[in-house]
Design a protein around this ligand. Structure first.
Ligand code: FMN
Length: 190
């Protein structure tokens, strides 16, 4: 899969098949994340891979899914196969939010190439997640990447003034994406 295809096809998936992810692939995702661009080359992030219970279920219980769909639930049956938790090192916080974006995108696009679906999640209480992971004091869980094999589809839809994603009767997601002319406010490219 080329990068362009991975970018175009990656959509957030919120229900997963009951199928484990190969451990070597999970490790490779973090190994690839080491190479993302990082302000000042500070590399402020660390990572935790969780693919086994009881920790996996404990993380699942802390996550909130699809805020735009109040009735939406990801039941235990459809829970992710694994998580990569992005950890902010408080000793090196400079530009860390940018690094979280770069790292999570790197992981999700690399997963896409492996045929593994993903969803970034920030809707959890870090104070509750930290003891679950048994982290050293200076490491703060800021973002969770849920990973697994997709149990629904999701596709980009035309943006018609509303950014809210929606589900169809089959449970598949449709995600409005702004058009090029909506976002490109200046160009001198021929
Ligand atoms: C930083 C960040 C935090 C997110 N947090 C959540 C979350 O807590 N729960 C959730 O269901 N989706 C979450 N998402 C997924 C977004 O809702 C999703 O990326 C957005 O709707 C666009 O859809 P797409 O990823 O399919 O293109 C998050 C995405 C990002 C980048």
């Amino acid at each position: 899969m080329d990068v362009k295809t991975a970018i175009l096809n990656r959509r957030s998936i919120r229900k997963f098949q009951n199928k484990p992810i190969d451990g070597a692939q999970l490790t490779q995702l973090v190994d690839l994340a080491r190479f993302h661009a990082t302000g000042g080359n500070v590399q402020p992030l660390s990572y935790a891979i969780v693919s086994k219970d009881p920790m996996k279920k404990q993380i699942f219980d802390l996550l909130a899914w699809a805020a735009y769909l109040p009735d939406y639930t990801c039941t235990e049956e459809f829970q992710p196969a694994a998580y990569i938790v992005l950890l902010r090192n408080e000793i090196t916080t400079r530009a860390c939010m940018y690094d979280l974006g770069a790292a999570s995108t790197t992981i999700m696009l690399a997963a896409q190439e492996m045929g593994i679906a993903s969803c970034a999640l920030a809707a959890f209480d870090p104070k509750k997640l930290k003891p679950v992971l048994g982290l050293e004091e200076h490491l703060h869980p800021d973002l969770v990447i849920a990973l697994g094999y997709a149990a629904h589809e999701s596709s980009a839809a035309p943006f018609e003034g509303n950014v809210k994603y929606y589900q169809d009767e089959d449970g598949n997601f449709h995600v409005p994406k702004k058009a090029l002319e909506d976002v490109l406010v200046y160009t001198d490219a021929d």
